[in-house]
Design a protein around this ligand. Structure first.
Ligand code: G6P
Length: 481
């Protein structure tokens, strides 16, 4: 049977996530366009599903292509169908309460240890529960008996338990892509016990780092006195159910990033991105790439850069910082404000230090294809990744791999999951504006041998984690590091 109780990755599986890997939209011209979603989660799992087959269940209306969809199921990828995509349509109220509400105004700030931003309206929890039920129901209609079901991320903490009630024998897994907080933070959550209870219906729960897994076990320990926890193996036993809690870091498709970086026309990418600012090759570049999320530490970084240009006038006209930013979750006021703050900060710094032919910070919200992004990584001498908290941060993994010319330095927050896996970064406290300035300066001045050695170590550690191993470890938790 494919019910791989003790290990091996099954031939076919069901993946459940909030985001869909492909979306179909009907353009103004009436033509249907397919877009593949950006983001670590979908780009790691799509190849897995393409090689194994099965069904991916995700939020989506698919209105545009209902002509080809049967019961909300379409074959993807459209160019070379390999698996089924089952779309779960959500009402506007559900999207407001579940996605903009509970997932992104309760769980996201909670897990990023930013409890001051939590806002828990009653409707948020109701909708979160209802949508998790909707997902469990959808899975129940598509999953074959014996097919394991793998839930992804913080949108789906209750669905495992809701599915377990329908399918007592199913093998259920969950991977939590964001941090898991300490018990002293988790206790801020009004629904802490229900969330743990929902997740513990899984046979395996994975986290990016051993630290998150440990904190999860501590939370279970403080919530349920009747649970038995074996910390050596990360096993929770409760109500005769056993759950393995594992550290299982997700990596990137290193070969793909390297190939795209090699293929990129770095000169023209520099010219395009730098636009009106000086773009000649003597300009040294630092780069930041993120969604406009308040966990990312962008204002502190901009302030740090201002300190640097202030005390190092020789870097003005010589050193440019490129901020690639993506608009995100704008139905939430905190995200709209954050974007406005970042844009203001950029303008202030540019007004203060900019000259006729040089702009200190080049800010862009343009959507870049993966090849342009890889070329931009390659063009940047320094990459700056300074989130307050970040589950992993795959940009930090992609950057060194894209540095195919053997030149590049990474300034990395010690509070990103990536800091526990990547060797060779210059780490920094993301709140310490002075230290960020010093560390960017240091990155620009590393001696050649040190720089090369660090980059080699970064590349090695980023390449050591790939998504097929990640999948295998999730299904064989006994062999986890
Ligand atoms: C994080 C989450 C993902 C999410 C992504 C983009 O990486 O872990 O689950 O898909 O952010 O956010 P969005 O709200 O646009 O899906």
């Amino acid at each position: 049977s494919v019910n791989a109780q003790d290990g091996a990755v099954p031939d076919s599986l069901v993946i459940v996530s909030n985001r869909e890997p492909y979306s179909h939209e009907r353009g103004d011209d009436g033509e249907i366009r397919v877009q593949s979603a950006a983001g670590g989660l979908t780009s790691a799992l799509d190849p897995v599903m393409q090689s194994r087959g099965g069904t991916w269940v995700a939020w989506g209306s698919g209105d545009a292509d209902m002509t080809v969809a049967h019961e909300g199921i379409v074959k993807v990828p459209p160019s070379d169908p390999a698996y089924d995509l089952k779309r779960v349509p959500l009402s506007d109220a559900a999207v407001q309460g579940y996605y903009y509400g509970y997932a992104n105004q309760v769980l996201w700030p909670l897990c990023h240890e930013d409890t001051g931003r939590m806002w828990a309206e009653p409707a948020y929890w109701e909708q979160y529960r209802a949508v998790n039920e909707q997902f469990a129901e959808a899975v129940d209609t598509v999953a074959d008996a014996g097919q394991p079901v793998w839930f992804q991320d913080y949108h789906l903490a209750l669905a495992p338990k809701l599915l377990r009630e329908r399918r007592p024998e199913a093998r259920l897994l969950q991977f939590w892509h964001i941090p898991w907080p300490a018990p002293s933070v988790f206790q801020h959550c009004p629904h802490s016990d229900a969330l743990l209870d929902g997740l513990l219906a899984c046979d395996v729960i994975g986290f990016h780092t051993a630290g998150y897994a440990e904190q999860f076990l501590h939370c279970v320990d403080s919530a349920f006195s009747a649970a038995t926890i074996d910390t050596d193996t990360g096993t929770v036993t409760r109500n005769d159910e056993r759950t393995r809690v594992v550290a299982n870091p997700l990596g990137i498709d290193a070969e793909g990033v390297r190939d795209r970086a090699r293929a990129a026309d770095v000169g023209s990418i520099r010219d395009t991105v730098l636009g009106g600012s000086r773009s000649d090759t003597s300009i040294r570049l630092a780069l930041g790439v993120e969604r406009l999320d308040y966990s990312k530490g962008i204002p502190e970084r901009i302030e740090a850069l201002a300190h640097l240009w202030d005390r190092r006038p020789d870097l003005r006209g010589e050193f440019t910082y490129v901020q690639k930013a993506s608009r995100t979750r704008e139905g939430i006021a905190a995200y709209r404000r954050y974007r406005a703050d970042v844009v203001d900060a950029v303008e202030r710094v540019n007004d203060r230090f900019g000259t006729d032919d040089w702009q200190p910070i080049v800010y862009t919200e343009a959507t870049l294809d993966n090849e342009t992004l890889a070329g931009l990584y390659r063009a940047a001498e320094v990459m700056v990744v300074t989130p307050h908290r970040d589950g992993m941060n795959l940009v930090a993994h992609e950057y060194p791999v894209a540095c195919v010319d053997g030149d590049g330095a990474l300034v990395l927050s010690e509070l990103a999951g990536a800091a526990t896996h990547l060797d060779g970064a210059l780490t920094v406290n993301p709140h310490d504006i002075g230290a960020i300035a010093d560390t960017i300066e240091r990155a620009l001045e590393l001696e050649e041998a040190d720089r090369a050695d660090r980059l080699a170590r970064l590349q090695q550690s980023a390449e050591a984690l790939d998504s097929s191993q990640w999948v295998a470890r999730q299904f064989s938790p006994g062999q986890s590091p």
